[in-house]
Ligand binder design. Structure first.
Ligand SMILES: Nc1nc2c(ncn2[C@@H]2O[C@H](COP(=O)(O)OP(=O)(O)OP(=O)(O)O)[C@@H](O)[C@H]2O)c(=O)[nH]1
Length: 452
């Protein structure tokens, strides 16, 4: 082959190769554009606004700065509601353009110098009003003493339930056998009537029930009542000797000594008795001869204040006989109607204390007769009260018994024993802690209260 031929063959091959190359490139380009178009479409998707399709049609209106714009007209006008709540259009806070205080230099006061005070004219002092005369301490209203036991009958209910009801139950059952009589005896003993009184009462009851041929419980009640009242009879007078002796210049106060063991109710009884006397228009002076316990004198003072009575008291630990002496002296000078002397509680088993009580009485008697020695017995102590009564009676010749706390015991029967043993009448009974819970002892009313 000639060299020209080879030349033309190479040229043609090169041309074909170039054409093929160009055609390949065009085809590849076409494929590339379609991809780009997709991407462009995707891009167009991405930049779509997300405001629900809203697209601003125009730009934001702009105004030149530094110029005052017109104030809007307040839309709310006059509000009708006045409950303090903000209304539509009200300013929720201080407007930004409200007038403000600028920063200024303030002169601070000199710390060492007191600030100058404006001159204050003194107020004219008003003339003090004349003081009204001190009003007398109001004296409490005191319940009348008459018929008190009737009014206080309910207080004896405990005694009644234990004593009267069981006795009436036994006696009202008709013919009694020996066992039943034994039960009657036991009931009387449990109620603290004591062996001697019990025997005496049972004997009388047996005799009366058979003589009167008692058949009904009502008849039995009548007999029982009479027998019990009979057992409470006493020769002694139940009146409390607390009224003055003599008249005019000769008048001397009655002197009442109140004695007993600790806590029986001496001070309370003295106070209650003072009230009874004051209620009857009497003048009373109280002597606080319980010098062991300062509180006892204070307690007596309180009672005295309540009824407007005077108190003579000594220092704590002072000789009780001296205080009692002073009280009677003062009462005589002051012309009172009664001097009530409250003594310290003392155990009847302590000889020294009992001697001291004897001395109190003897010393007082150097200037006045002791008219009444009241022995205060606590009914709740039962038989022990009887032992106390015996010893006190020996030392100070007791003239009357006050049986306290009958409201709190079923052992009212001690009344029968004490009277029988001592031959001294029960004059008063305490039926409560109240100021007027002191009653005169009346056998009939007492038995009625026991039987219910
Ligand atoms: N329920 C009842 N309580 C009473 C009665 N009398 C007195 N009391 C109470 O018994 C307590 C003792 O009473 P006081 O009067 O202080 O006895 P007191 O004998 O003076 O006592 P001392 O000075 O310590 O010996 C008080 O709480 C009284 O209120 C009463 O009749 N019935």
């Amino acid at each position: 082959m000639s060299s020209n031929l080879w030349f033309w063959i190479i040229v043609v091959a090169v041309v074909v190769l170039v054409v093929a190359l160009v055609a390949g490139l065009v085809i590849a380009r076409k494929r590339k554009i379609s991809l780009a178009a997709d991407r462009a479409a995707e891009k167009a998707e991405e930049v779509k606004p997300k405001g629900g399709g809203y697209q601003a049609g125009g730009g934001i209106a702009l105004a030149p700065g530094g110029e005052k714009t017109e104030e809007p007209v307040h839309p709310a006008g006059e509000r009708t509601e006045v409950d303090g709540q903000p209304g539509v259009g009200d300013d929720a806070s201080v407007p930004r353009d409200a007038p403000r205080r600028g920063i200024v230099d303030v002169v601070l006061p000199d710390e060492t110098e007191a600030p100058e005070k404006p001159e204050v004219k003194p107020e004219p002092v008003p003339e003090p009003a004349p003081k009204p005369a001190p009003e007398p301490e109001p004296v409490e209203e005191i319940a009348p003493a008459g018929g008190r036991i009737e009014r206080l009958r309910g207080r004896l209910s405990k005694s009644r339930s234990a004593f009267g009801q069981s006795l009436l139950g036994l006696l009202g059952a008709g013919d009694l056998d020996e066992d039943s009589w034994q039960d009657v005896e036991d009931t009387l003993l449990v109620a603290d009537l004591g062996a001697a009184t019990t025997t005496e009462i049972v004997e009388k009851l047996r005799a009366e029930l058979s003589v009167r041929a008692v058949r009904t419980s009502e008849e039995a009640r009548t007999v029982l009542r009479e027998v019990l009242i009979g057992a409470l009879k006493t020769e002694g007078d139940r009146a409390v000797r607390a009224l003055p002796h003599g008249t005019g210049d000769e008048k001397k106060p009655a002197v009442v000594l109140v004695a007993g063991v600790n806590g029986t109710g001496k001070t309370t009884t003295t106070g209650k008795l003072a009230r009874v006397l004051v209620a009857q228009g009497r003048h009373v002076l109280l002597g606080a001869a319980d010098t062991f316990r300062a509180a006892a004198a204070d307690q007596l003072q309180t009672w005295a204040d309540r009824v407007g009575a005077e108190v003579v008291r000594g220092k704590e630990g002072a000789d009780p006989a001296a205080v009692a002496f002073d009280a009677v002296k003062r009462g005589t000078e002051a012309g009172v109607d009664a001097v009530l002397i409250d003594t310290a509680g003392r155990l009847h088993t302590k000889t020294g204390l009992m001697d001291e009580l004897g001395k109190v009485k003897r010393v007082v008697e150097k200037q006045a007769k002791v008219d009444e020695v009241l022995l205060v017995l606590d009914a709740t102590t039962g038989q022990n009260g009887l032992m106390q009564a015996r010893v006190f009676a020996e030392v100070v010749s007791v003239t009357g018994i006050v049986l306290t706390k009958l409201d709190g015991t079923a052992k009212g029967g001690i009344v029968f024993q004490v009277q029988r043993e001592l031959g001294v009448p029960v004059k008063l009974v305490g039926l409560g802690e109240g100021a007027d819970d002191l009653a005169p002892f009346e056998a009939g009313a007492f038995v009625d209260a026991l039987l219910g």
